[in-house]
Design a binder for this molecule. Structure first.
Ligand SMILES: Nc1ncnc2c1ncn2[C@@H]1O[C@H](COP(=O)(O)OP(=O)(O)OP(=O)(O)O)[C@@H](O)[C@H]1O
Ligand SMILES: [Mg+2]
Length: 398
């Protein structure tokens, strides 16, 4: 059922983390290890409820597993004091690392996520889906040498329209290794060394092919945004472009497909655009797509009493994106849940294991749940901004 339990889970996580820190202070290794594993478990649960932050939760979950191992091996925090702070880095990572290359490879391995998203988790976007399916299938099929699949596809469109979702579905359907990279994360964590991350990334992607590299917020790397581009992002971009130019071995079946996403395609310069000849516009959902997205986000619940046409009409009028629709459904579901489970907030105090054994009372969704939800969800977009996307799509898309 698509009920978002991230609130109670977050408080369970904070509690486990605090207990971990206390155990570390006391030198109680066994408790600390257990609590670190508990943190990892909760984060994995959170990843299930929060598709948008899924990758980041999974990465954090892996980090807590490393912490648990480090605690067990007596390595936790040992070198921390002596490690130089990286420029722009948080310096908060736990554990120790051996050797430069391992460090980069480990970081890259942490970017790998297993995608469970299927094409039918995506509402609307029929043409886009078709195009991506074709690309993915062509890449995987035996084919004459002259037929080369796209190496890079650019997805552009307003926030929350399903770009990340499309990339995940492509990876899920191919059963490809999926690397999810946010340019700004690499830059902030490995400022001066971001080019090494990119090289390591493509090296590991080739090793683990078929692979899909999802480069989110690619605009963060290019010049046009503010006119001043840092040296680090300039070098990172140029390494990326070189990798994209890289010659594809025709005979081997190595598939490394780079999908890039942006909300501000007009910030991209020629150098980037030329590496992404396939540029796909991912627009706001129309009424038909809206209804599909609502159905996807209310799976497992009875929606027979809803007037979906009316909800879709209102949503389109309000310029809702897929993300807004997901939030709308969550708000409506929560409204129903709160009505049916009056003392729900008290559960937040329960330990995670006990929460897992409880189940929620539900009832069919009603229009009044959605009326309440509409009051809370506001699209950040204006019609003028949408027109800007459409214009760019007309001129540069394809
Ligand atoms: N077409 C869609 N079908 C089903 N769900 C959708 C769709 N579009 C968006 N969503 C919901 O909204 C969430 C956010 O979508 P997603 O992360 O793919 O947006 P995005 O285009 O990558 O946004 P951003 O540009 O902000 O990164 C998804 O996890 C999903 O729940
Ligand atoms: Mg995204």
């Amino acid at each position: 059922m698509s009920v978002d339990l991230s609130g109670p889970l977050m408080s369970a996580f904070r509690k486990a983390k605090k207990e971990f820190e206390e155990a570390i202070k006391k030198g109680d290794k066994e408790t600390a290890r257990k609590k670190a594993l508990e943190c990892s478990r909760i984060l994995k649960q959170l990843a299930k409820y929060d598709e948008f932050n899924r990758e980041s939760y999974l990465q954090k979950a892996k980090k807590w597993e490393t912490i648990a191992r480090d605690v067990e091996a007596g390595r936790y925090g040992v070198k921390r004091k002596h490690r130089p702070m990286k420029e722009g880095g948080s310096g908060r990572e736990a554990g120790t690392e051996d050797g430069e290359e391992d460090k980069f490879k480990q970081y890259v391995e942490n970017l790998i996520t297993k995608s469970k998203v299927k094409w039918n988790d995506i509402g609307g976007l029929e043409e886009v889906k078709m195009l991506m399916m074709e690309t993915v299938v062509i890449s995987a099929l035996q084919r004459p040498e002259s037929i080369q699949p796209w190496k890079g596809i650019l997805l552009f469109g307003p926030p929350g329209t399903g770009k990340t979702l499309l990339a995940s579905a492509a990876a899920g359907s191919l059963n490809a290794t999926f690397f999810s990279v946010k340019a700004s994360n690499v830059l902030s964590k490995y400022f001066g060394e971001s080019t090494k991350i990119i090289s390591a990334l493509y090296e590991v992607a080739r090793e683990k092919a078929p692979s899909i590299v999802f480069m989110d917020e690619i605009d963060a790397l290019t010049t046009r945004r503010s006119g001043d581009q840092s040296e680090a992002s300039r070098r990172m971009l140029s390494t990326l472009l070189t990798e994209l130019d890289g010659f594809q071995d025709k005979k081997s079946d190595i598939l490394v497909l780079t999908l890039a996403a942006t909300n501000t395609p007009w910030d991209l310069d020629e150098a980037v655009l030329s590496r992404f000849p396939r540029r796909i516009y991912v627009p706001l959902p129309d009424e038909k797509a809206t209804k599909e997205i609502i159905k996807i986000n209310t799976r497992g619940l009875d929606i027979s009493r809803l007037d979906l046409d009316a909800i879709a009409e209102e949503s389109v009028r309000r310029l809702y994106s897929g993300r807004d629709l997901k939030n709308l459904c969550q708000e409506a579901i929560w409204h129903m849940i709160r009505e049916e489970n009056r003392d729900l907030h008290k559960l937040a105090e329960l330990p995670y294991e006990k929460l897992r054994r409880r189940s929620l009372k539900t009832r069919p969704l009603e229009m009044r749940d959605f009326e309440e939800a509409f009051k809370r969800i506001k699209s950040p977009l204006t019609r003028k901004e949408i027109e800007r996307y459409e214009k760019w799509a007309e001129e540069f898309g394809g």
